[in-house]
Design a protein. Structure first.
Length: 255
């Protein structure tokens, strides 16, 4: 295991960026003196917590993918955080991120997260939370979400998301039945709903984002009813959409 004590810059307050990928690090405690850091990359290590970061008040970007992190306590109160990537860890509790109003991008796929309500008071607009045992997506209702991916999270209902700004939605591999809440959206470009329990597509057949043309929709692996297959999908295809379902597909004509 490589020791941070061997890294002399660890105690230099003026240092603003550090990359320590794949070094076998088990702790960041000795970075506590590097208070000027605004970007820290520590993916592919052996970290279980982020002790050492609590004084990094200028930290804007944190990348700590592929560790064993379960405790985010050191991130509490870091008001300059803008982008945090923590995929493939053991995180359960997102409470330390509550109130991070500058946080716009959060990637936390493949963790143990159940509750997203701590994000309600953040500025998150891009969220990737795939492969977590979510109880639901409560907490996102008031956010201006632009991109949301929650694949394989056990969802049975579509999240109630503000229609303002949402452009990308991936809820593949869940158990969603009702998609009527998407009817009020206007700016969605890509929707991935493969392998759910959707039967009826008629609620979105005339949705503004469908009529706007050129959107992408994937509904493969759903038990679509006869009306959806015979009527709703052909109608939607007339709007130059790219749609894929079990019985066929359609796309805009070539230029």
């Amino acid at each position: 295991m490589w020791a941070l004590a061997e890294f002399p810059a660890a105690t230099v307050p003026a240092l603003n960026r550090i990359g320590l990928q794949g070094c076998g690090l088990g702790s960041l405690a000795e970075l506590a003196g590097a208070t000027g850091i605004d970007r820290l990359e520590v993916e592919d290590n052996l970290l279980t917590d982020l002790v050492g970061l609590s004084g990094m008040t200028k930290l804007a970007t944190l990348i700590a993918t592929n560790n064993q992190i379960s405790d985010l306590g050191a991130l509490a109160g870091l008001g300059e955080l803008e982008a945090v990537t923590l995929d493939h860890n053991k995180i359960v509790d997102l409470t330390p991120l509550s109130g991070a109003t500058e946080l716009a991008r959060l990637l936390v796929s493949d963790n143990k997260i159940v509750d997203l309500t701590p994000l309600a008071s953040t500025g998150v607009s891009t969220l990737y939370v795939d492969d977590n045992p979510l109880a639901g997506l409560e907490g996102l209702e008031g956010l201006s979400m632009g991109r949301l991916s929650a694949r394989n999270t056990g969802l049975t209902q579509l999240p109630v998301i503000s229609p303002e700004g949402l452009g990308y939605l991936d809820l593949t591999d869940n158990a969603i039945v009702d998609i009527s809440s998407l009817a009020g959206h206007a700016g969605i470009d890509e929707v991935f709903l493969a392998n759910n329990a959707i039967v009826d597509l008629t609620p979105i057949a005339d949705a503004p984002w469908v009529l706007a043309a050129c959107a992408i929709l994937d509904v493969q692996g759903n038990p679509l009813d006869a009306e959806s297959v015979a009527t709703a999908l052909p109608t939607m295809c007339t709007h130059d959409m790219s749609i894929t379902w079990d019985q066929g597909s359609c796309g805009p004509p070539p230029d």
